[in-house]
Design a protein around this ligand. Structure first.
Ligand code: CTP
Ligand code: MG
Length: 441
């Protein structure tokens, strides 16, 4: 059934006979991650998010058709990635372009499936660490309830809904992996708390979410409004949805913080899978380098204030040949230092008119380009802003996102004053100190 151009040895069983499938939606733009690239193509500890998500799928025991919904402008790239990860199972795969929102992307994926498929799971590529056991658990529950016997324990459903499922979306039930809510949950109006919500009746749901294919297709065809997940679409069409236990590792990577969490999970898995000695060995096998950068600029009230690639209206600016963004310059130096590539003055000197008044991202992107030429990519950057003003606390996340977009990897920002001591304490200027970790491609 493959729509991939790749030819390969035919598998023993025809894909046309496979009764189960997974649609992996990977067409989102990753706006909240803020790296300026489609999220599925962002590396997590050195392996693209989509490749990680797919690798798990190709370990499933039963033949499973895999449809990947890709960003419309990256379909060919996605086909190559799928072929590389799938190996001989490529004949069971298809790659189709996605739509403007997740709803449209899921519909595109469902349309690509052969009618032989009885059970379909819809999965977010952004939940790339979901273990294989979760896919098996959801498949098993959908198959178990395929006879339509589904009145107990439904999410948001009652007996009437269960009856309606036969009329609305057909026999069978949907299944979602769910975890209890651990935070205390409040209903609010604006910033005022209205009441505490009883969390014992609440769960957080993940993917993959599983359904009878015919029922889910009908539910999407009937959908009058976008829902935030597939179970919402199925339920709105009268289907019953049951829960199975979820898994903490199936969290969705949405923000830079989530990406850091995913990298920590991967590191931890490497450590526990083979023991501490082997973990140390595997770290040594990866070519990782660390760099350091410091910069300081004096205040100049006559120029606009730009720090960490953000504008701070009303604050005194920083003097310098460029825009004086000490934070961006420290990061640039840390990146160059990690690659053994010299420093900002040597690489982007003040004698070069291209850098007069240049914005901080010119230097950071320039350092990333030089690293790439040297076969290196940034993995992580931290930067501390040292000074009395501007106060960065309320704009820390915004600054992290702006810097991460230029670096192409997560950036952590912190700030401190120096208790009235030294040049920064006197308010003469602003300093920044940065570290960067880069690795060989
Ligand atoms: N998705 C998709 N097509 C879209 C939007 C989202 O296939 N038009 C997919 C994403 O690739 C992701 C999943 O739906 O795997 C969940 O969406 P989300 O986490 O919101 O990802 P993005 O839309 O990429 O992120 P953001 O909302 O921050 O832009
Ligand atoms: Mg989105």
């Amino acid at each position: 059934m493959t729509t991939s151009d790749t030819t390969t040895t035919a598998p023993a069983q025809s894909p046309a006979l496979a009764a189960r499938a997974v649609v992996v939606v990977a067409a989102g733009s990753g706006t909240r991650l803020g790296l300026g690239t489609a999220k599925a193509f962002v590396p997590v500890a050195g392996e693209l998010m989509l490749a990680r998500a797919l690798r798990t799928l190709f370990t499933l025991a039963e033949p499973t058709i895999v449809v990947v919904v890709a960003p419309a402008d990256r379909v060919d790239e996605c086909r190559a990635l799928v072929a590389a990860v799938a190996g001989a199972a490529v004949a069971y795969t298809a790659v189709v372009p996605g739509g403007a929102d997740r709803h449209a992307s899921v519909q595109a994926g469902l349309a690509a499936l052969p009618d032989s498929v009885a059970t379909v799971l819809v999965h977010d590529a952004a939940r790339c660490l979901t273990p294989a056991s979760q896919f098996e658990r959801v498949f098993a529950a959908v198959v178990e309830h395929a006879d339509g016997d589904a009145a107990v324990g439904s999410v948001g459903g009652d007996g009437a809904d269960a009856g309606a499922s036969v009329v609305g979306v057909g026999v069978g039930v949907g299944v979602v992996p769910a975890l209890p809510v651990t935070d205390t949950v409040k209903r609010v109006a604006g910033d005022a708390v209205v009441e505490t919500v009883d969390r014992s009746a609440l769960v957080g749901v993940q993917t993959p979410q599983g359904f009878p294919l015919a029922g889910l297709r009908r539910a999407y065809a009937l959908a009058a409004q976008a829902e935030t997940d597939d179970a919402g679409v199925f339920h709105a069409a009268g289907g019953t949805v049951l829960t199975v236990p979820g898994d903490a590792d199936a969290f969705k990577i949405t923000t830079a913080w989530d990406l850091g969490r995913a990298e920590a999970v991967v590191a931890e898995r490497a450590g526990t899978a083979a023991g501490p000695a082997a973990a140390a060995g595997s770290t040594a096998a990866v070519d990782v380098r660390v760099g350091l950068g410091i910069d300081m600029h004096a205040f100049d009230p006559a120029v606009p204030c730009r720090v960490g690639m953000l504008d701070f209206p009303g604050e005194p600016g920083l003097s310098g040949h460029s825009d004086g963004d000490a934070v961006a310059h420290a990061i640039c130096d840390a990146l160059l230092s990690a690659g053994g590539l010299g420093d900002i003055g040597g690489r982007f000197g003040t004698s070069d008119p291209r850098f007069a008044g240049a914005a901080g991202d010119v230097f950071v992107r320039g350092a990333v380009d030089l690293l790439r030429d040297a076969g290196l990519v940034p993995v992580r950057v931290t930067v501390q802003v040292v000074g009395n003003r501007p106060r960065i606390g309320s704009r820390r996340v915004e600054m992290q996102d702006a810097l991460a977009t230029a670096v192409g990897a997560p950036v952590a920002v912190s700030g401190t004053t120096t208790d009235g001591l030294g040049a920064t304490g006197r308010g003469d200027g602003l300093a920044a100190i940065a570290t960067a970790v880069v690795r060989a491609v």
